[in-house]
Design a protein around this ligand. Sequence first.
Ligand SMILES: [Zn+2]
Length: 395
Amino acid sequence: MAYRWPAGTVCKRIDVDVENRSCPVCERYMHVCDHRYHRLWTFEGATQVVNRLVHCPDASCKSRGRTFSPEAELSISMPRWCIGWDVLCWLGHRRFARHWSVPQLRAELKDTHQITLSDDAIEHYLGLYQTMLAARQHDPEQLAEAYRDIEALVLTLDGLQPEKGHETLYVVRELMSKRVWFAEPLLSSATQEVQRLIVLARQWAERLAKPVRGGRSDKQDAFVTAIAAEFPGIPHRYCHNHFLRDVAKPMLEMDSRAKVKMRRKVRGLRAIERRVLAERRHTAALVPCPTHETPQTALPAVATPQACAERDLSGGRTDRALDATGLAGPGEAGVADEAGEVVLGYCAAVRGLLNDDQGGPLHPPGVRMSEALQEVRASLDRNFAAQKGGVPSRC
Ligand SMILES: [Zn+2]
């Protein structure tokens, strides 16, 4: 990848030489015949590595025509890279261990280290880093070292689909060291395809010379067949997460139906709110004579900004609405307003409850909704008992 150096970049020069200068064929002392210049960014700034290339001086030697490069070059960087190993490791670690984004990496390199790299260049080097990391993860010696103290293996297999319609990435993990062994995209989840992965997993286990103690998956047919074929007799367990999700499915469907029913039953909030607002306008027109009579005149159904704001509030409104009921004392000035306020508060709270979709298998939203609606009813009942006919509300 060609890198365009910013104009006026001053480089620190490092000269590197071939360590063993004797010709590998005739053992004569080899002479410097050329220089290769390699400019790159390290955390010590812009650097120019000057490689002194050598060749055998004997024109009749078989090694003639070959040039030898300094070995040390590779300890600084790889040929044609515009960054050193230090910058590559910094990028890879920040990206994959800290989950920094590419623009964030670019900005940090520029601000803190005065290194200018484009997004494309950073992505290119991250790709190289990933390739090297994968190769290291697969390295048999490294793997044997990681599994030295582990007696038996537990393998899991699962498919991940980044988006609907994408090919599925099948991931084989080992649970005792919580390590991803390998992943492969398969176009189908046919037993044959899946079995190939399990065969590979068996080969890995054989290479480690460790017994496989169990398998775990979501128990798709193909997984069950393939694991039984390659690891006969080992227990194959359900993944806890999948198990809970599958068990909860019919229950969540029932919960959802219950929610629909409750929504159907608790209706007419808008009508109640309109009535309160209409009443309020009517009262304002007749000031200073407050009345509880409901006006029958058709008023435009446009809500005041205040009512709109209240309507937008959801969830946490319950407490305030319930508290507010204690404020409505009869026979005082502005009582119509306060009563209306309470009714609007109740409406906002109930609307919040009906729109709340939070929760999962362990806290089903329908159950939460039912409990919350019962609380509202209990609150209304307490108010009616305290002051009969005080609050004109059906919600
Ligand atoms: Zn020679």
